[in-house]
Design a protein around this ligand. Structure first.
Ligand code: NAP
Length: 316
C-alpha cells in the first residue's frame, strides 16, 4: 500500500477520499520545516503539501533518489515549490486550478468594494462607538460603478474578476498579460503596465508568484497611478514591493490598497496596520468550506493518479 503524508488539517470529506492509501495525517496548521520536508521525500510515496511548505532546490538536493514520486499541492499557486528541482529528482508536482477561481475573484471584489467605500474604516468607527450619525459629507469614498479596472495577469482568476467588474459594475476592463485573451466581453489589452496603471481607478494583481513577477508592482508603477486609485493584491505578496507600497500610501501617491497577501506573510508591517486607507485580509482567497473540499478532492485525484503511474489531471 502506498504511503502518503497529508501535511495539514483538511476537511473530513478529503480524508474520506483517501481510502486505499496508508495515510499519515499531520494535524498541524504550521508549514513543514526543512527537516520535515526532507523526511517526507525520503519516507513517503506521495506528499500533500501547500502554501508555506518551501520545497526549495536545497531540500531536493539533500534527498537524492527520493521515495516520494508526487507532491500534490493543495492550491493553484505553487511558487513555494522549486518545480525544476522536483522534476530533476523525479517528483511530479500537481496543483488545483479552477476550484479556487470564483472564491478568489469574490475576495478581490470584497477588497475593491471595501477599499473604495471605506468599509473597514467605517466598521472600526462603529465598533469604537465613535459614529455620530449620518450626514451628507460623512466618509465619502470612491464610486466604483462605471470606473476603470486594470488587471495584471488575465488568467482564470483575472478573467473572473474582469467578468464581475464588467457585468456587475459596468466597469471598463483593461489588462496586462503576456498573451492576448479570447474574452466574451470588451477589454483592452496593454503592452505597457505603467501606462495601464496610469489610466485605471483600480489596479488588481492576479499573476502567479515567480521570479519574473516578483515586484512587478514597484515604485514606478505605483508612482504612475492616479492619487485616488486603489491597488488590490490577491495574487502573492511578493508581486508587490511592500516597501514601495507603504511609501506610496504614506505619501498619498495612491488612494488606498486592499491586500489579501503579504510579502513576508504572515508578518504584516505596523505601517500597513496603522493606515486607515488599507484593507487587510488574512489570505482568505479560497477560504469557503465548499471550495476547500473541492480543492482537497482535486488534490487527492492528482495524488492517486500519480501514484498509479498515470498522468495526473493537473500537472504543473
Ligand atoms: P492562471 O490561470 O495561470 O493565470 C495567471 C495569468 O497570469 C496567466 O493567464 C498569464 O497570462 C499571466 N501572467 C503570468 N506571468 C505574467 C507576467 N510576467 N506578466 C503578465 N502576466 C503574466 O492562474 P490563476 O488560477 O488565475 O491564479 C493566479 C494566481 O493567483 C495563482 O498563481 C496564485 O498565486 C494566486 N491565488 C491567490 C489566492 C488567494 O488566496 N489570495 C487564491 C488562488 C490563487 P500570460 O501567460 O498570457 O501572461
Amino acid at each position: 500500500m502506498k504511503k502518503v503524508l497529508i501535511s495539514r488539517v483538511l476537511p473530513d470529506e478529503v480524508y474520506r477520499a483517501l481510502e486505499g492509501l496508508e495515510v499519515v495525517r499531520r494535524d498541524e496548521t504550521a508549514p513543514l520545516s526543512s527537516d520535515d520536508m526532507r523526511a517526507a521525500l525520503r519516507e513517503y510515496d506521495g506528499v500533500m503539501c501547500t502554501l508555506g511548505d518551501q520545497f526549495s532546490a536545497a531540500v531536493f538536493d539533500d534527498v537524492p533518489a527520493p521515495r516520494c514520486k508526487v507532491l500534490a499541492n493543495f492550491g493553484v499557486g505553487f511558487n513555494h515549490i522549486d518545480v525544476a528541482a522536483a522534476k530533476a529528482a523525479g517528483v511530479t508536482v500537481t496543483n488545483t486550478p479552477g476550484a479556487v477561481t470564483d472564491a478568489t475573484a469574490d475576495v478581490a471584489m470584497t477588497l475593491m468594494l471595501m477599499s473604495a467605500r471605506r468599509a473597514g474604516e467605517g466598521e472600526r468607527m462603529v465598533r469604537a462607538g465613535e459614529w455620530e450619525g449620518w450626514h451628507p459629507t460623512q466618509m465619502l469614498g470612491l464610486h466604483l460603478t462605471g470606473k476603470a479596472v486594470g488587471i495584471v495577469g488575465m488568467g482564470r482568476i483575472g478573467q473572473a474578476i474582469a467578468q464581475r467588474c464588467h457585468f456587475g459594475f459596468g466597469m471598463s476592463v483593461h489588462y496586462f498579460s503576456r498573451s492576448e485573451k479570447a474574452l466574451t466581453f470588451e477589454a483592452q489589452r496593454h503592452g505597457d503596465l505603467k501606462a495601464m496603471a496610469a489610466q485605471v481607478d483600480v489596479l488588481v494583481t492576479a499573476v502567479p508568484g515567480s521570479a519574473e513577477t516578483r515586484h512587478i508592482i514597484h515604485a514606478d508603477i505605483l508612482g504612475a497611478m492616479q492619487s485616488h486609485a486603489r491597488l488590490i493584491n490577491i495574487a502573492r505578496g511578493d508581486v508587490v514591493s511592500q516597501a514601495a507600497l507603504i511609501d506610496a500610501l504614506e505619501r498619498g501617491v495612491i488612494g488606498g490598497a486592499g491586500l489579501d497577501v503579504y510579502e513576508f506573510e504572515p508578518d504584516v508591517p505596523d505601517a500597513l496596520r496603522a493606515m486607515d486607507n488599507v484593507v487587510l485580509l488574512p489570505h482568505l482567497g479560497t477560504s469557503t468550506g465548499e471550495v476547500r473540499v473541492d480543492m482537497g478532492l482535486m488534490m487527492v485525484a492528482n495524488l492517486q493518479a500519480a501514484l498509479r503511474g498515470d498522468t495526473p489531471p493537473n500537472p504543473v
